[in-house]
Design a protein around this ligand. Structure first.
Ligand SMILES: [Zn+2]
Length: 321
């Protein structure tokens, strides 16, 4: 069954469906809304030393997480880029800043250009995305209907492109980033994109899942998505789910209780066994619902196909019909 809704997450997403009715998300209402918030960025205190910077008024409802140590801070994603995110970050901390992206889809790298230290995954896919995404590749997400209370003042959505950026150095799977009094382990979890990452903060029992998991329909339809890689990655993350208290994804809800990932692993087992029903939406995507798990994918992805990933991908590119 398809449910019309809004946000990155909901099924049958069409830009015209988006409204402000579902924001703020209930899970976010339970968190403390920080005074660092403004009219565009809603900043939630989602854990000790963690500020989740939500952009709730554009349909992606993207979340960038700022994680603060004693010596430096790490910004895990930089938002859609319509307004500068650095302004918000500088209100919160004056520590030296490291930027790392959960993946390089357009809606997570928009503010990368604002920062001098940007870590990245060593892949052709990532390097292609560093050139930025021009307006025609992302225009659909910046139509007037993509904003639930209008575009933010000072932005120009009709001509908006994401700016190019450069990496300072590459990160490896298993690498530990020491922020001083706080350590984050980098986990490469390809699938949603070839360069998808998660961050594990073992001591504080937090798992930052990026777009590999968030509390809504999982978008796994882009040509650069590999369902086979995704299944391996979500299985890996599921083994850590019991070691953390919270999952912090990159859309909609900033923080939810852990214990959700094994259901996704199980859903994939059923998909592989052909034990599922799928519905096609207006965008030629397939919506699959298994228990609480909702996946939005595409037939080529289910057939094991993946586009030429060396050319990058905005997250909005489609499989040709
Ligand atoms: Zn995303």
């Amino acid at each position: 069954m398809l449910v019309a809704g809004c946000g990155h997450a909901d099924e049958a997403l069409s830009v015209g469906d988006y409204s402000c009715d579902s924001v703020p998300r209930p899970e976010n209402v339970r968190l403390r809304l920080s005074t660092f918030s403004d009219d565009w960025f809603q900043v939630y205190e989602s854990a000790d030393g963690v500020y989740s910077i939500v952009e709730p008024y554009q349909l992606q409802e993207t979340i960038s997480h700022l994680i603060i140590g004693e010596d430096r801070a790490l910004l895990f994603d930089t938002g859609v880029g319509l307004l500068p995110i650095k302004t918000v970050v500088e209100r919160i901390t004056s520590l030296p800043m490291i930027v790392l992206n959960s993946h390089t889809h357009y809606d997570h790298v928009g503010g990368n250009w604002e920062f001098s230290t940007v870590l990245a995954v060593d892949s052709d896919y990532t390097r292609a995305n560093m050139d930025g995404f021009d307006n025609k590749r992302i225009a659909e997400d910046f139509l007037p209907e993509a904003f639930c209370k209008g575009a933010p003042e000072g932005s120009d959505p009709a001509s908006f492109s994401t700016k190019p950026w450069k990496q300072s150095r590459y990160v490896q799977d298993g690498e530990v980033l020491d922020l001083g009094g706080r350590k984050l382990e980098v986990l490469r979890v390809p699938g949603h994109t070839p360069d998808a990452l998660a961050l594990l903060d073992v001591e504080n029992r937090l798992l930052f899942t990026g777009d590999s998991w968030y509390d809504a329909s999982l978008w796994l339809f882009a040509p650069e998505t590999s369902l086979q890689d995704y299944e391996a990655s979500i299985s890996r993350l599921a083994t850590l789910d019991g070691e953390v208290d919270f999952l912090l994804g990159a859309h909609n809800s900033a923080r939810v209780d852990a214990g959700r990932l094994q259901a996704v692993v199980e859903a994939f087992r059923r998909i592989r066994a052909g034990d599922y029903a799928a519905e096609t939406d207006d965008y030629n995507r397939l919506a699959i619902e298994i228990g609480d798990v909702r996946i939005l994918t595409a037939q080529p992805a289910l057939d094991g196909k993946q586009a030429d990933i060396s050319k990058g991908g905005s997250g909005l590119d489609k499989w040709p019909n």
